[in-house]
Design a protein around this ligand. Sequence first.
Ligand code: 4AD
Ligand code: MG
Length: 431
Amino acid sequence: MKSLSIQEAINKGKGEVSIKGWVYRERGSSQLKFIVLRDSTNIVQCVIKKEEVGDKKFAIADKIQIEASMEITGAIKEDKRAPTGYEILVKDFTLVGPSDSFPINKDQSPEFLADNKHLSIRSRRNTAILKVRSTVFGAIHEYFRKNNFYEYQSPSFTATAAEGGSTLFKVDYFGKPMYLTQTWQLYAEAGIFALEKIYCIAPSFRAERSKTSRHLTEYWHAEMEVAWAHFDDILDHGEGLIKHIVKSVLDKNQEELKILERDIKKLDPIVKKPFVRITYDEALKLLETKFKMKIPWGKDLRTIEEDKLSSLHDVPVIVSRYPKEIKAFYMKEDPKNPKVVLGADFIAPEGYGEVIGGSERETDPDKINKRLTDNGEKPEVYGWYLDLRKYGSVPHGGFGMGVERIISWVCGLDNIRDAIPFARTMTRVTP
Ligand code: 4AD
Ligand code: MG
């Protein structure tokens, strides 16, 4: 008999079915054994009766423990008392992989669960997060492909920094120093001359010495770069992408959001309302008038200031035109005010922090040279990048989105490490 997924068996609702899965819960007596079986689709209660399967089989059933894998054949019928409203009366079963004293149970600390992620990954909660994660990745591809972007890749080993030297991971590359990439950006700026509109989803690496609930050392970075684009085009794409992601999750993951106890009323405005766009100068004014926080002009916004700004709105706040000194060397100087750059950060609501950073790119090679020198970098190392300004340079720009930051926010997680199957942070390298 062809086996069905548990959800398919429930949908069938009556007659004989065959299913495969893992033991989610079990209890029993000398004549009866109740097993709740789970697979990736749902859970269902199964009853094994001694009189139905015989003494020998029942003795095997009696010893089955949590997380053992099984194949079960039996008759499914509606039963209001069962966890998902259906029950299977077992005719026959096979114990595929036994399990002995599964170490994960209900009341364990987040630290223990993280130390045992190779096993806790199968929990209902983690499974729900992974399903949302899969929707988010799918939605990113959909958004860019629907808008005629090409998927394009950059190397992970690089010789140069794009986002400042302090967060570079150095690796020994045949005796010479190389770095793990922080962003695809410099290589993307070369790629737009061939493909014009490009995107990627790939790991980025940051040796950030921060033990916060927002930082991973290895995270998935969704980036885009567009030729002939100006600053507002880039911001519009960032807003469009986030709206598409949230809409997709609301369409496809109601069940998962329920398991995660996410208040979905907080996600509705993201799809329906325009995002708030303010300048850095306006942000400073807001911080002073609404929160009595006086930030000297030229200082970067810290997490606490970002949180205050985002608390004023139920949609992301896009802060633009930061002082040149606190932003990356490649951001274009604002033609209307050379003190600031055409760069922006998207701050998510509910205290989830910066989810997108992007900019129009500087096209003037002299300005790039000067900014690199001011930052203590050697412009010669960026020779190939500066070449791009010599041969048919065009206005262009792009952004990068931290995929785990988005997942954390959409799922309402306390810590970003739960948004990725196996987190890498300053203090965690296993499992
Ligand atoms: O703001 P960032 O540093 O921008 C760039 O890397 C640009 N080169 C992107 C581009 O224009 N192509 O990083 C982009 C985003 C941040 O907004 C944040 O969401 C995420 O990457 N991010 C992190 N996510 C998790 N852990 C970290 N340590 C992160 N650092 C940045
Ligand atoms: Mg940034």
